[in-house]
Design a protein. Structure first.
Length: 242
């Protein structure tokens, strides 16, 4: 992992959502436990739900049901539980979500430097867009790519490559910012630099174990580490790639 005192050149910054921009664990835990109660199962401690977050709604539901990061589950059981979770999460989404320190300052600084911004998350688009709106973050992003926008999601690089294609830049001209192995693995597979934040959801692992270029304290710090290759012109309307 390189020293964070160096600088990285980029035209585009791709940013994860849960655990990077927003602390959403209270919303996710409330929805997951409401699902479990409705299905006649015991609730999970919030610390367990925190470990389960990161690979999308289907993975969270499977993990909440099994109590494990990787235990198998009967497909019919999962199919029954998913719509229950989605119904509860539609109610909880954004109610208790909190911006991490330095997020708005970092986004503002990046935009002021002419960088294009995309939110790239494994959260389904139907939950991502309302959450960004409710927390006032949607105004900062030129592009939003959710976990169901493409057939594959992080840690596969497809979403990151799709964002670069949409912006017309090479992956080497982008930086990914996230909080988990999903983000670092996707960025490395896509061929771009990656910064990781220590305060998010990484399935109980320390981010110092990840293959990343820098561990940063905040998005505000990230903005100081990225040198824009060239000023970008921002469109009046932000496209959403589904």
């Amino acid at each position: 992992m390189d020293d964070a005192s160096r600088r990285w050149s980029a035209r585009v910054v791709l940013i994860d959502l849960d655990g990077t921009l927003l602390d959403t664990i209270d919303d996710l835990a409330a929805a997951a436990n409401a699902m479990l109660v409705e299905l006649g199962r015991p609730e999970r401690p919030i610390a367990d739900v925190r470990r389960f977050v990161g690979k999308g709604a289907e993975s969270l539901v499977q993990r909440a049901l099994t109590g494990s990061l990787d235990a198998p589950i009967d497909p019919d059981t999962l199919a029954e539980a998913l719509p229950v979770f989605r119904r509860h999460y539609a109610r909880e989404n954004g109610l208790s979500a909190r911006l991490y320190p330095g997020v708005v300052e970092g986004l503002a600084a990046m935009r002021a430097n002419g960088l294009k911004l995309a939110c790239v998350t494994n959260k389904p688009v139907a939950f991502t867009l309302p959450l960004l709106d409710r927390t006032g973050l949607s105004v900062w992003f030129d592009m939003v790519i959710g976990g169901d926008s493409l057939p594959r999601k992080k840690p596969h690089p497809a979403q990151l490559l799709h964002a670069c294609e949409g912006f017309g830049v090479a992956p080497a001209q982008a930086v990914m910012i996230g909080d988990s192995a999903n983000d670092s693995l996707a960025a490395r597979a896509a061929g771009m630099a990656v910064f990781v934040l220590p305060y998010g959801y990484n399935e109980g692992r320390s981010v110092t174990e990840l293959d990343a270029d820098a561990v940063i304290e905040s998005l505000a710090q990230a903005a100081t580490l990225i040198e824009p290759l060239k000023p970008a012109i921002h469109a009046a309307n932000s496209p959403v790639h589904r």
